[in-house]
Design a protein around this ligand. Structure first.
Ligand code: ZN
Length: 428
């Protein structure tokens, strides 16, 4: 697990250009100059989607649940001024949170859905997140934090391939920051104003957002929900939003709740115990030293309760791989990868295990996918090199060993072997 905690610090970046461009403020319709034109903002956001999924232990493996949140989200997205291809994801984490990436990628945690009581509350949170995206808060953050020097560096990625890895590492910072962006009070206010407007125009009772505030406040008395850490919720905000809502005509028919919401929530409640056991297993694995036997026991129970629990399958695959039971680790990892094609860890573990089982062709398929999902993780390149070398494709092996070494921090454990193999292959 330690290896994976380390993994999470390594961030996805791919190659893209940034340039100054003219664009229109979606809220005012006025022409504005921006360093980050919309198509680049979308590219950046999309690049970080697998990382956000990785950090939250995969997507919730139930298509009906994903579909439901997408439907509610799209209903609101229809009325917003920024016309983007909005995407909605439910992720496995139990923490009470929702967040957005630049470019219209909205994430809702399993834990958030579990504490909500009706559909207008979900709509309130989604509309608020859409508020941040429509006010271009993420884009403004990137513009402010990463000025021209970084933009020039990115442009240089194309000119100087050798610097590729340096820039990947430099950009690691951005991913970490994007995933824990803390909004200012002004930004929260702006997102609230927009969120209330969007929810109302989509036909929802905007008081749903107020009800979520109440839920968060109550939860905060025990442990502050993650959402409150990133979206500050002072007392004045509740009063402010309440006053804001009072200006709307609330006598017209508005959606407060639907039977579908409760059907979906019941589904989530049924799998809650399985995820609680997963959380316990993670605790055992992060102990010093980790208690793997205990974690394995908890994960076995978790998977028995919910065989599709891809978070637990992935964690169990990791333990099996660590115990060198590669047949078992490949089996669990392949199952988890099939359940979420955007989840990096099961793809990497499947590829690694299949390499150990000498199934090189199949290993390559998983590792290539893992590489596309999080291209900055050096181990993926090393094992791809090993696969290609075993298959006799020495040119590709050399290419991958080189990349692995460039991306490595020197503490991965395979560096000396990679250097030795590289020398041997180069002298052929
Ligand atoms: Zn917010």
């Amino acid at each position: 697990m330690k290896k994976y905690l380390f993994l999470l610090k390594i961030i996805v970046i791919s190659i893209f250009f940034l340039s100054c461009a003219q664009t229109y403020d979606p809220l005012t319709g006025k022409k504005v100059f921006t360093l980050l034109p919309p198509e680049k903002e979308i590219k950046i956001g999309k690049m970080y989607v697998p990382l956000a999924i990785e950090k939250n232990y995969g997507r919730y493996p139930d298509k009906e649940v994903q579909q439901y949140v997408t439907e509610v989200g799209e209903k609101i997205a229809k009325v917003v001024p920024r016309k983007l291809d909005y995407k909605f994801y439910v992720v496995n984490t139990g923490a009470v949170n929702a967040f957005a990436l630049p470019g219209g990628f909205i994430f809702v945690n399993r834990g958030l859905l579990l504490v909500l009581n009706k559909e207008d509350e979900l709509a309130g949170v989604l509309a608020h997140e859409l508020g941040h995206v429509n006010a271009r808060h993420h884009a403004r953050f990137l513009e402010k934090m990463y000025g021209l020097s970084i933009l020039y560096n990115i442009a240089a990625i194309f000119a100087y391939q050798t610097k590729y890895a340096d820039i990947l590492l430099q950009f690691g910072k951005i991913g970490a920051q994007l995933l824990s962006l803390k909004w200012s009070r002004d930004q929260e206010r702006e997102a609230d104003i927009l969120g209330v407007k969007f929810a109302y125009e989509a036909g929802y009772d905007p008081r749903g957002l107020l009800d979520t505030f109440k839920i968060f406040e109550k939860l905060g008395k025990v442990e502050a929900p993650e959402w409150m850490l990133t979206h500050p919720l002072p007392k004045t905000r509740y009063e402010y939003v309440k006053e804001l809502i009072s200006k709307y005509n609330l006598n017209k028919p508005l959606i407060v709740d639907t039977p579908k919401f409760h059907y979906i929530k019941k589904k989530l409640e049924k799998t809650k115990k399985s995820y609680d056991l997963f959380d316990e297993a993670v605790k055992e694995l992060t102990k010093k030293p980790p208690n793997k036997e205990r974690a394995l026991e908890l994960l076995n129970r978790s998977i028995k309760l919910y065989p599709k629990n891809n978070a637990s399958l992935t964690a169990r695959a990791l333990i099996y791989a660590d115990m060198e039971k590669f047949y078992l680790s490949a089996k669990d990892a392949e199952k988890a990868a099939l359940l979420d094609d955007l989840y990096f860890s099961p793809h990497f573990i499947a590829g690694y295990s299949l390499f150990k089982l000498k199934d090189y062709q199949k290993s390559i398929r998983y590792l290539e996918r893992a590489k596309d999902l999080i291209p900055s993780f050096p181990d993926t390149y090393y094992y791809l090199g090993r696969d290609y070398e075993a298959l006799g494709d020495y040119q590709k092996a050399v290419e991958y060993y080189r990349k692995a070494l460039k991306l490595s921090d020197g503490r991965r454990g395979w560096e000396r072997d990679a250097i030795r193999r590289l020398k041997k292959l180069e002298y052929r």
